[in-house]
Design a protein around this ligand. Structure first.
Ligand SMILES: Nc1ncnc2c1ncn2[C@@H]1O[C@H](COP(=O)(O)OP(=O)(O)OP(=O)(O)O)[C@@H](O)[C@H]1O
Ligand SMILES: [Mg+2]
Length: 272
């Protein structure tokens, strides 16, 4: 039995006063329980659009998506919301924490939507989750008092506190330096292994992508399986295009996009 399956999924939008735009084209993808999949692709290739589809936030224009072998289309939108809330955890590049709330309150939030838990029980579950991500000493800290890595840990604790069966991550390390990014990914792996959750990670970083068991590349809305995400080395221009909006050299350097021209040569050789 598959957890999530996409068959010939297409997503077309019709922007105002413009011709129809096909963002995703003939996507076939099966995610098994406990699976670990990475997807790389250029900016604008349709990665986030695909992630929204995997997360049951949007329905395909054509083709079919099944969750637990049941067509997603057959669920009412409220039933889809419940399925998503209980079964899917999202990790984004932006941490999206509620600014006026403590770490503990942020992580408690998703539990308010699951019935049958008392106030104290919810607090206990949230505190345990924060302990799991190494933040037991930061329970009452507000987000603006936490480092980027710590904020992402809180965001991960919040995403995973309901024990999702599918973890969807869209550039989860995009706002973090390399080392912090690696440790955040290790943390997600650890929780996923412990709970048996499947993971889909979207990233432009081949090192992060390589952590997955199966690799895919999205190119202009077409998804292809690749043996290794670093097989087709990216030029610096590709990387710049894929990188999130900022082009601050310091930030790029922190993410490993060196300004040193010899880096491209190193990349081509595959030892970057
Ligand atoms: N509702 C929409 N209406 C019109 N165009 C859209 C819509 N949603 C997405 N697009 C376009 O579809 C393409 C794919 O968008 P998407 O956000 O999925 O790209 P992406 O691969 O996630 O890019 P990035 O790496 O920059 O985040 C883009 O060209 C985008 O402008
Ligand atoms: Mg995107």
């Amino acid at each position: 039995m598959s957890l999530l399956e996409l068959r010939e999924v297409t997503r077309t939008v019709i922007p105002q006063d413009q011709p129809a735009l096909t963002i995703l084209n003939g996507i076939d993808l099966t995610i098994e329980p406990g699976d670990h999949v990475s997807i790389v692709g250029r900016s604008g290739s349709g990665k986030s659009t695909l992630l929204n589809m995997l997360g049951l936030l949007d329905l395909p224009t054509s083709g079919e998506i099944t969750f637990d072998d049941r067509p997603v289309r057959s669920y009412s939108s409220a039933a889809r919301d419940r399925l998503r809330g209980a079964g899917i955890g999202f990790v984004f590049q932006q941490f999206n924490l509620l600014p006026g709330r403590t770490a503990l309150e942020n992580v408690t939030m998703p539990l308010l939507y699951s019935s049958g838990r008392t106030f104290w029980r919810r607090k206990k579950i949230a505190a345990e989750m924060l302990e799991l991500v190494g933040l037991e000493h930061r329970l009452s800290s507000l987000p603006d008092r936490l480092s980027g890595g710590e904020q992402q840990r809180v965001a991960i604790a919040r995403s995973l506190v309901r024990g999702p069966r599918l973890i969807l991550a869209d550039e989860p390390t995009g706002a973090l330096d390399l080392d912090t990014g690696q440790s955040v990914m290790e943390l997600i792996d650890e929780v996923a292994t412990r709970t048996g959750a499947a993971q889909v990670t979207i990233t432009h970083d081949p090192t992060i992508a390589r952590r997955a068991r199966r690799h895919f590349r999205l190119d202009r809305g077409v998804l292809t399986a690749v043996d290794d995400p670093s097989l087709e080395p990216l030029t610096r221009r590709d990387r710049r295009e894929m990188a999130p909006a900022d082009d601050d050299p310091a930030v790029l350097a922190a993410r490993g996009f060196g300004a040193d021209p010899t880096e491209d040569a190193a990349l081509e050789r595959g030892d970057a």
